[in-house]
Design a protein around this ligand. Structure first.
Ligand SMILES: [Zn+2]
Length: 261
């Protein structure tokens, strides 16, 4: 059982007035957001952003009066379905993806090398956000998220758009047996995703692995966009766990529909 239906409450953080920035600062911040043009095509009231060191989706939330929703991620594949937005409840933990049809909710994921993946169905007006490290990627969290969109919200594969965000690239992601062995066991095409490295190690393409799974699940290649930036290579732009070690900060990425449509 990997899909749970619950109502978010405590993890909804109402924006504090102290955090509201000036219009000029917002403009500056907006200019540095990483967004995917495909998500804006024909859609005027959905907002998304992939976070950087200096930029998170907070600015979007402030500007459009949306509520930021966070959960405690655990490198699993459980998915939280949010189908009611209330002001009271308990903090949610143990989820690595969220799916919602609730306008006004900006669902977020936190990453520092792992892959943030955003989903948008402009027809059913459903959004999703997933956090895919190697465990989540091996567990198929991206395609499980798509399955929840289909089963719970009647989304059609042909209308689901997917954006795979900045993460550690194959250039910097050397892995060894604990990762390679399960990878070999799950994906017959695993060699497409790994370049050989010294000592029997490999360099894993996490973004490519997620793209391949999504395509195999029936999402057309033209509906999937990848932000090909390596978090470890670009220390000016991103935090990186591999590069900076324990205690590194995280980027916040997210997506949501506004309440005004
Ligand atoms: Zn790199």
């Amino acid at each position: 059982m990997w899909a749970h239906e619950q109502t978010i409450t405590d993890c909804i953080e109402m924006l504090k007035s102290a955090d509201v920035r000036t219009a000029a600062a917002r403009e500056k911040r907006r200019g540095r957001a990483i967004t995917v043009p495909m998500f804006n095509h024909g859609v005027s009231d959905a907002y998304h952003a992939f976070g950087t060191r200096s930029e998170s989706v907070d600015a979007v939330a402030h500007e459009h009066g949306m509520r930021i929703i966070r959960v405690q991620q655990v490198h699993g594949t459980d998915i939280l379905v949010i189908n009611r937005l209330k002001d009271a409840a308990s903090f949610e933990t143990g989820y690595d993806a969220m799916v919602t049809d609730q306008p006004g909710a900006l669902i977020t994921v936190k990453t520092a090398d792992c892959v943030p993946i955003l989903f948008l169905d402009p027809v059913r007006r459903v959004v999703a956000a997933a956090h895919a490290g190697w465990r989540g990627s091996l567990g198929g969290i991206a395609i499980k998220t798509v399955e929840v969109m289909r089963q719970r919200f009647r989304c059609d594969l042909r209308s689901i758009r997917v954006a795979i965000g900045p993460s550690i690239g194959r250039c910097c992601y050397e892995v060894d047996e604990p990762v390679l062995n399960p990878l070999k066991g799950v994906f017959p095409y695993w060699q497409d995703m790994v370049h050989k490295a010294r000592g029997g190690r490999g360099q894993l393409d996490l973004r490519g692995l997620n793209r391949r799974q999504l395509e195999d699940a029936g999402i057309a290649p033209q509906q999937i966009e990848i932000v090909n930036l390596c978090t470890a290579c670009h220390d000016d732009l991103f935090f990186s766990y591999r590069r900076d070690g324990i205690g590194t900060k995280h980027m916040i990425s997210g997506i949501g529909f506004t309440t005004t449509s």
